[in-house]
Design a protein around this ligand. Sequence first.
Ligand code: AMP
Ligand code: TRP
Length: 342
Amino acid sequence: MKRIFSGVQPTGNLHLGNYLGAIRNFVGLQEEHDCIYCVVDLHAITVWQDPAELKQNTREVTAAYLAAGINPKASIIFNQSQVPAHAELAWIFNCVARLGWLDRMTQFKDKAGKHKERASAGLYVYPNLMAADILAYQATHVPVGEDQKQHLELARDIAQKFNHDYGVEFFPVIEPLILGSATRVMSLRDGTKKMSKSDASDLSRINMTDDADAIARKLKKATSDPDFLPGPEILDEQGALPDAERKSRPEAFNLMGIYGALAQESWTEVLTRFEGQGFGAFKPALAELAVEKLRPITGEMQRLMDDPGYVDAVLRDGAERARGRSEPILQACYDIVGFLRP
Ligand code: AMP
Ligand code: TRP
């Protein structure tokens, strides 16, 4: 049994990439493993969040976890700010991580943009808090989309440096779990940009709150190209899509990738099915599939959003269990560091 930890930020516009790249994978892991799934509200405020919306978005991510099939009795579901160990351990990691390591983080560069001096200090030390999230439970396996790989490498470096500096074997080695075929879902408007909560265009993503009409409309409007869809001969010997192919038609392969992920079909199956067809035929098929697969989840999410009392009770119960797990680990860590606890 592995100890699994992952988190999603309550920053609004939860989308298909979050579902296929992360949340759907969380569900499968809970059968065999000890799973902790967090709504990372401390991370969210590294960029400005409206307080009322933050509360609403925290419930929305929780509702998505539940609607996707995470069982709040078997797994622990909670929001980060209810468990003090995250912020406390993050402080220690602020003193372990080196500025040079943080300087290399591409997500900071993307989010801070041209005006680094105006970004919050929190955005800069974001990866240290992420390491604390995982290590406050001594978790070893972390299911995420591909964009989080660099942060997890940093978390591993922090654990190693802590162990080395203090001469202990306290924090475990962290392994990313980048699962499934949709580890990087791209924007529906531009196949070279990832689907993102913060894209100004709502047409760029399928939101987990979109109804059937919106899903179908966005997929119909998705950027595509005038060519026919290729057959499976373009795949490599392992049946994977070569990078050069993906780059040559990013929008086409993004949409076909979404189809495969939703249908849980391989590239060979998807390409065989649509070989020689144009987008006029493919897009309606994709829209139909997306509505069929997402409707049960978005419907259940809506039902849960209408019952905030239940959602809050799940978070309260999860936070209590998370405190019980993290508190002894934090105390042991404080002892290692040399904090007197008289
Ligand atoms: P975030 O929206 O940054 O809180 O991300 C929550 C989870 O969704 C993380 O595991 C991300 O790696 C994953 N994720 C975010 N965007 C995408 C995407 N476009 N494709 C696949 N996974 C994604
Ligand atoms: N940084 C992650 C993201 O934006 C969210 C996150 C915070 C996380 N803490 C985590 C993911 C710990 C995995 C483990 O997607």
